[in-house]
Design a protein around this ligand. Structure first.
Ligand code: HEM
Ligand code: HEM
Length: 185
């Protein structure tokens, strides 16, 4: 297959939808987990439940988009590294992109697994049943949630670096890196 010079339209659509979802899921995840249960002061069970439901549902959508992204990548291909990149930039961006790929699977899967095992049922937007057929002890679920949180924090740090690099290419270096991924590429 000949290599395209920009990411395919479906690849760019998935990238930006996923980016918006992830940027929302992290603060909402931290906030919802911090809302106290009754009878503690500040408890708001209805808000907590709704945010958990939305977090889990949009998190599952990220996982579905991650699968779609890999399929689109295989079918449509991706552009070769931008020729303006130095060797170091090429290695650094490949490392960050690979890690992000691991995390867009690992983080939602860990959340889904732990929730199914200990705090099910999991439903997509209050309706479609999505609970995984596994059960486990609370200590196992706590450990998996730690992976979920640790992965989400690592992902946040990488996204900061990733956005910084993308903006540097757009504003300072002014090469084609940003355009390759921009929706109107
Ligand atoms: C928030 C979650 C995000 C994730 C998980 C993510 C992930 C990725 C990955 C894995 C790639 C490599 C292309 C691929 O193989 O799919 C990529 C490329 C890119 N991303 Fe993101 N991204 C995120 C957010 C952003 C944001 C907010 C921006 C802009 C400010 C951005 C700008 C870009 C650009 C310009 C490229 C193209 C880089 C190149 O051509 O090598 N990304 N992104
Ligand atoms: C990319 C997708 C996701 C991201 C970035 C993300 C991020 C987060 C973050 C930052 C927290 C706060 C952790 C804490 O304070 O302990 C959290 C909590 C949580 N997440 Fe996710 N999440 C994602 C997907 C999912 C999915 C798919 C599910 C389940 C189907 C899920 C279920 C939960 C639950 C139940 C909690 C609360 C844990 C607790 O109360 O200690 N998450 N998530």
């Amino acid at each position: 297959m000949s290599q395209p010079d920009v990411y395919s339209a479906p690849h760019r659509a998935i990238h930006w939808i996923m980016a918006i979802l992830i940027v929302g899921l992290v603060p909402v995840g931290l906030y919802m987990a911090s809302i106290p249960y009754p009878p503690n002061p500040g408890a708001n069970p209805a808000l907590k439940d709704n945010l958990y439901e939305l977090h889990k549902s949009f998190g599952l959508i990220v996982l579905m988009l991650a699968i779609a992204r890999v399929v689109v990548r295989r079918v449509k291909g991706v552009p070769p590294p931008e020729p303006t990149l130095t060797r170091v930039q090429r290695i650094a961006s490949a490392a960050v992109h690979h890690l992000l790929y691991v995390l867009i699977f690992l983080v939602p899967f860990a959340g889904w697994l732990a929730t199914s095992m200990c705090y099910g049922p999991v439903k997509l937007f209050w309706t479609v049943p999505m609970t995984l057929p596994f059960s486990g002890q609370e200590s196992t679920c706590t450990a998996i949630y730690r992976v979920h949180l640790g992965g989400a924090l690592l992902m946040t740090a990488l996204v900061f670096a990733h956005v910084g690099a993308a903006l540097m290419h757009l504003v300072i270096i002014r090469d084609g890196v940003f355009r390759r991924m921009w929706p109107t590429g």
